[in-house]
Design a binder for this molecule. Sequence first.
Ligand code: FAD
Length: 249
Amino acid sequence: MVTDKGTIDCDQVVIGAGPWVRDFWNMLELPKTTNVKGKDGKTHEVDMWTYWFLQEGILGVDADYLRTNDGKQPPVIHVDTDAPLHSDKDGKLITDELWGIYYKPDIDGLGVQGGTSPYIVQKHFDKVNVDPYGVESPEFQTTDKFSDMWTSALAHCQKRFVGKSNLYRKGPSGGLGCLTPDSFPIFDRFCENVYMIADANHGYKMIGVGELVAKEILGQESELLKPFRFNRYEKGELHPTSNSPFPWS
Ligand SMILES: Cc1cc2nc3c(=O)[nH]c(=O)nc-3n(C[C@H](O)[C@H](O)[C@H](O)COP(=O)(O)OP(=O)(O)OC[C@H]3O[C@@H](n4cnc5c(N)ncnc54)[C@H](O)[C@@H]3O)c2cc1C
């Protein structure tokens, strides 16, 4: 393996590079498109990767603002609905199409943190500037449209947020995610000794994958990981399409 610290001999390479997976994919000269056998029985050629921008932010209420009525920590709340959403500021219709949000107490006590549906970056994946990443990115940041929508959606979901949209903490937020053709992870071997974990933004649901991957590398194939092989696309063995506005739920 060639690295910026020199060439390292190894039997096995494991790649778990999140939104940088594209770069490793390209280094391995793997195909830019993949053939997907659709439900119609026909084969469709699609781009291997799609970047989505994940929109998140913080409402600057008290750290305990979201506690349950009996003072306990609340669950993470996730709402998907097509109920018309009106602005918390002026009552104007924001959308009457499917929308979704999630929210929870901010881990650093800055208020209530959460996000809304991500959007697809309308560029070929090779043209997307992943670096500088996240809050450092000059190109990919949430806008007023996001904060209006998310704070209004909070007010829609819980009365305690009505009239609080002015407490939104303005500033850089959000980040890019790199999604596979069916928006589910790929766990597979490439080029003989490269094991790729392409997480497709499934986050905490991936806890435990490391151990399964380690066992696979040592020769014990995992029944749980099998449905996530790369050849599922050409075989047409895709995972169900999400009905939510979030590609990973
Ligand atoms: C804005 C945002 C909010 C999210 N919120 C949640 C959430 O609330 N809950 C949840 O479960 N998931 C969340 N996710 C999804 C979650 O962050 C990812 O699914 C998860 O981080 C993927 O883990 P990973 O280890 O595969 O990749 P990553 O965590 O992205 O790690 C990849 C690592 O590879 C490193 N790397 C890249 N290139 C190189 C290189 N050339 N050499 C060496 N190292 C390299 C990177 O620096 C990075 O440390 C969120 C994602 C985003 C973008």
